[in-house]
Design a protein around this ligand. Structure first.
Ligand code: ZN
Length: 419
């Protein structure tokens, strides 16, 4: 009998919800974002000013390290955007982020509203169009202020066209549970001779929570775990006469330390979107459905990236093991570590109980058997064909499967079945 109870935890949760009188109302879903995409911490390397030395020297470095992707903030100052467009288009094509750093590279706090509109808002579309001419499909979502000069008025213009802005000046560290000012993310600046490679390596260790932080300066935020470090650099060259220059070998050393420390090394827009999404998703309310829960949330900004994959974990102490996640009509297959990667930009998901089917649903399916279509899936969510009911035909090898029953005008029912 397919409605036989196999797992008590789901029923127990329902019973608790009923007892508390919250069936039909909503509570925060017991499904949460995994911090920093499953890494101990994260780092975003950002490179400002559309410099030729970046286009020339970063490409071979990044081609050799597919786990490392970075952000280039481009400016039209001195015609650099146009002159170096082909090089940056190639870097974008390889998965690096392109951000907006204004046309004029002037002091935004001194600009008129019309100038801000041109420099901050319209330049994002213009930069996308320039790179498109060189074959790169770029979606700009990140901004960086020239000279890190910013104020509340400037932020309103940045916020019109970007979900995140990078400033600079302090340690450049962000904690998982502290929501930053998205229009003023701090960055640690590479500024020799004031900054040394050892200092940058130590910042990468701190982000990975490697070391003893017992005697940490009490005036800076206490270090209690991994964090997201944002770094700002300029020219990449062996010509040490250039101000703020960093040598390719030094960058390589930093990249290698970040990878060795198992940090998530990704562009500002990628990690920022993941971080921003978690403050919404982790509070998303769930509503009871006939065979599970639906979870819905809002997108926090118009200019988030088109896709924001979010690694989430289900609280199995509440739900038990017999649950599937569905998004846009597809069952999401679990990763090897038991997490799931959902699409935050889809704005909803469905949690379905696959361990038991309530008696009213079971008898409804029985009465309308002919109207239902039963689809067999493996545990990874791969469809294996149409079957007759909640039973796996003998021709399939022994194991656990998922069967989904659908009928027009009826809620879909999904069940885990052993063969
Ligand atoms: Zn700059």
């Amino acid at each position: 009998m397919y409605y036989k109870k196999k797992n008590m935890s789901w029923g127990f949760t329902l019973a608790c919800n009923l007892a508390l009188g919250i069936l039909g109302s909503s509570i925060a879903a017991p499904i949460k974002t995994v911090p920093w995409n499953g890494h101990i911490g994260a780092v975003s390397f950002t490179f400002d000013d559309a410099l030729e030395t970046q286009a020339l020297n970063m490409k071979p470095l990044l081609d050799a390290m597919p786990d490392v992707r970075v952000t280039f903030f481009l400016t039209g100052y001195q015609n650099r955007l146009i002159d170096n467009a082909a090089g940056f288009a190639a870097l974008a094509y390889a998965g690096n982020e392109i951000g907006n750093h204004t046309i004029t590279h002037w002091h935004l706090t001194l600009e008129s509203d019309n100038e801000l509109e041109e420099d901050v808002v319209k330049n994002a579309d213009f930069t996308e169009a320039v790179l498109a001419k060189h074959g790169a499909d770029v979606q700009i979502v990140s901004f960086a202020t020239p000279f890190c000069e910013n104020n509340a008025h400037v932020k309103t213009f940045i916020n019109k066209r970007h979900f995140i802005n990078r400033d600079c000046g302090l340690e450049g560290r962000n904690k998982w549970d502290t929501e930053p000012d998205w229009m003023g993310i701090d960055a640690k600046i590479w500024a020799p001779p004031g900054t040394t490679i050892n200092e940058m390596l130590s910042a990468l260790d701190t982000a990975a929570y490697i070391g003893n932080f017992d005697n940490t300066n009490p005036f800076v935020p206490q270090i209690t775990g991994g964090s997201w470090l944002v770094i700002l650099m300029h020219d990449v060259s062996e010509n040490l006469a250039i101000p703020y220059v960093i040598m390719p070998d030094q960058i390589k050393t930093l990249f290698e330390r970040a990878v060795r420390n198992k940090l998530w090394v990704a562009p500002l827009g990628t990690i920022g979107a993941y971080h921003r999404a978690h403050f919404i998703f982790d509070k998303a309310p769930m509503k009871k459905t006939e065979d599970g829960y639906s979870v819905k949330w809002d997108i926090p900004h118009k200019y988030m990236p088109k896709s924001v994959p979010l690694r989430v974990r289900i609280d199995t102490t509440q739900f038990g093991e017999n649950v599937t996640i569905e998004q846009d009509g597809k069952i999401i297959s679990p990763e090897n570590d038991g997490t799931y990667i959902i699409e935050f930009m889809s704005k909803s998901l469905i949690l379905r109980n696959t361990g038991e089917i309530s008696l009213p649903i079971a008898s409804r399916i029985k009465q309308n058997r002919k109207a239902y279509k039963f689809t067999l899936f493996d545990l990874k969510g791969k469809p294996l064909g149409i079957v007759n009911d909640f039973a796996v035909p003998e021709k399939f090898s022994k194991g656990i499967y998922i069967i989904r029953a659908e009928a027009e005008g009826m809620p879909t029912v999904t069940k885990k079945v052993a063969r």
